[in-house]
Design a protein around this ligand. Structure first.
Ligand SMILES: [Zn+2]
Length: 252
């Protein structure tokens, strides 16, 4: 049986063990070979000789193949609470629910707990499910910090490809690191008003409404918004700004 990479091989072995309520652990792991053995232990257990050997295929990029599975588990099932913790970590849960998170951004931690319970019969702690969700999001969409790092180039591209759109942003240098370097910057403000919105304001009532709302992501901050009202009394968004806090300085 061939797997596209080691992670998928290990996930498949883990799911097999979860379904059969057994434990396993790595006996050794090298760059091109892996051996797993039974890890079910307890006072009632007799020695179990289950083992699995796999190797990375030569001449391929990352493919792994199961070479040998010796016997079946002769140990008793693991039903004790937390007994599957060794097999079912947040990495595996992340792999199990990645597709659902990609399809539905509103897939919440409690949904992970419910689905893993329904499909695999496992109780997953909120903490572990939360970590799994974070790993999925970072794998699919990148890390929050990386997104902020890419913001300047994204805004410059937005400006270059949308003539007439007004964009301004501000970063403040971070304190020098212990090594004396100050290469990193901290995001402070970003402001943008799309050209069609600017052009459209001439058809709105000559009144601008402004308000702000808190951002509830990892890095907090505020979203400030300026809107007009068109002839149908509909809200017409004019300009947006993400700021560190709602202050007189950030509003101006
Ligand atoms: Zn066993």
């Amino acid at each position: 049986m061939v797997f596209p990479n080691f992670e998928e091989l290990k996930n498949a072995v883990s799911i097999f063990h979860i379904r059969h309520r057994k434990n396993f652990c790595s006996s050794y792991k090298k760059s091109s070979s892996w051996r797993a053995v039974c890890a079910t232990t307890g006072p009632q257990q007799t020695p179990c000789n289950w083992s699995l050997s796999a190797a990375k295929l030569k001449g391929t990029t990352n493919q792994w193949k199961i070479k040998k599975v010796s016997t079946t588990h002769t140990c008793q099932n693991v039903f004790i609470e937390g007994g599957m913790d060794r097999v079912c970590g947040s990495d595996l849960i992340a792999a199990l629910v990645t597709r659902k998170i990609c399809e539905d951004p509103h897939y919440k931690v409690k949904h992970i707990q419910t689905d893993v319970k329904n499909e695999y019969g496992l109780d997953v702690s909120y903490r572990k499910a939360w970590y799994a969700r974070q790993k999925c999001i970072e794998t699919e969409y990148g890390k929050f910090a990386d997104s902020y790092n890419e913001l300047p180039s994204f805004l410059m591209s937005l400006k270059a490809t949308n003539p007439g759109t007004i964009i301004e942003f501000d970063f403040t240098p971070s304190p020098p690191s212990p090594s004396g370097e100050s290469a990193y910057v901290h995001f402070k403000y970003a402001f943008w008003a799309f050209k069609p919105a600017i052009d459209g304001f001439q058809y709105c009532f000559p009144v601008i409404g402004v308000d702000g709302t808190h951002l509830y992501g990892k890095y907090k901050g505020n979203l400030l918004l300026a809107v007009g009202t068109n002839a149908n009394n509909e809200i017409f968004p004019l300009a947006y700004s993400i700021v560190d806090a709602e202050t007189a300085a950030s509003w101006s």
